[in-house]
Design a protein around this ligand. Structure first.
Ligand code: NAP
Length: 251
């Protein structure tokens, strides 16, 4: 049995990962890490198997990671409107105090990596975002939060940590069913700037969650970082070992 902690477990992708791991309880003992018992209850009907805390607080992470072999990082800063909506105007977007990308995607991820190292965790799977090679990507301008820049710095820190890593940098996330598309992998944002046959650089959250689960199982997903999108017209991906064999180490 592999004991796995999923952070961001009440989030849109994190909750799918947690459910998938619970469905494989022959292999995994899955724990969720989240801020809100109410949200956990809303998503899962109960708070069993959850530890509550904040990734900015090392103490809560230290105790949640006790006895874990793997950590899945699915936390992220989330932009929100800074003022009530005005008719006919786009709201100014930014981040709540304490919820900036520097605090959540950088310091919060470093906290998780450091706590994992201290707890003897062997493997970390981190879900990030494509676009990190372009400092001028529009997402960096939201609230001047530089979200993709901070995420990429945290990825570099994970690679240097000495813990086995898999970094999955997703294209635009879709709330659509998984396991119905061909999954494509790449690096350096080429799937974003030049997607094959002009397909949309997007992927269902459920497919990202499946990649996380497979990365916990497949040895050749270890010490790899890759971009990923999906092709709705292609042959459905079933051979994840073959998919991971196309991916490479380092940023
Ligand atoms: N949206 C896209 O199109 C897109 C594209 C590519 C990649 N991505 C990336 O893919 C990943 C998953 O995205 P998603 O939309 O599924 O995520 P999400 O629903 O926005 O979930 C983010 C999670 O982070 C948690 N969180 C934030 N700050 C925290 C803190 N201080 N302590 C503990 N937990 C904290 C949130 O907790 P609560 O549940 O309490 O709010 C939430 O569960 C993210 O890294 C995202 O940037 C997104």
């Amino acid at each position: 049995m592999k004991k796995v902690l999923v952070t961001g477990a009440t989030g849109r992708t994190g909750s799918i990962v947690l459910q998938k791991l619970r469905d494989r309880n022959d292999v995994f003992e899955a724990m969720g890490f989240a801020r809100s018992p109410e949200k956990a209850k809303e998503r899962f009907g109960a708070t069993d198997g959850f530890v509550f805390g904040d990734i900015r607080d090392r103490v809560s992470l230290n105790s949640a990671l006790q006895g874990c072999q793997a950590l899945v990082i699915l936390t992220s800063a989330v932009p929100q409107p800074l003022s009530p909506p005005q008719p006919g105007q786009r709201p100014d977007m930014g981040f709540a105090p304490g919820g900036t990308p520097e605090e959540v995607d950088y310091r919060g991820q470093l906290n998780q990596i450091d706590a994992a190292k201290e707890a003897g965790v062997e493997q970390i799977v981190l879900v990030g975002s494509m676009g990190g090679t372009d400092e001028n990507h529009f997402l960096n301008s939201i609230g001047n939060g530089k979200i993709l820049i901070w995420k990429r710095k945290a990825e570099a820190y994970l690679i240097e940590s000495g813990i086995d890593y898999t970094i999955i940098r997703a294209g635009g996330l879709l709330d659509e069913p998984g396991e119905q598309r061909e999954l494509l992998v790449g690096q350096d944002d080429t799937l974003l700037t030049n997607p094959p046959n002009g397909i949309k650089p997007s992927i269902p959250r459920a497919d990202v969650a499946e990649l996380v689960v497979r990365a916990l199982l497949e040895p050749n997903a270890r010490n790899k970082a890759f971009d990923t999108i999906s092709n709705p017209e292609g042959e459905v991906t079933r051979d994840f070992a073959a998919l991971f064999s196309q991916t490479t180490p380092g940023l």
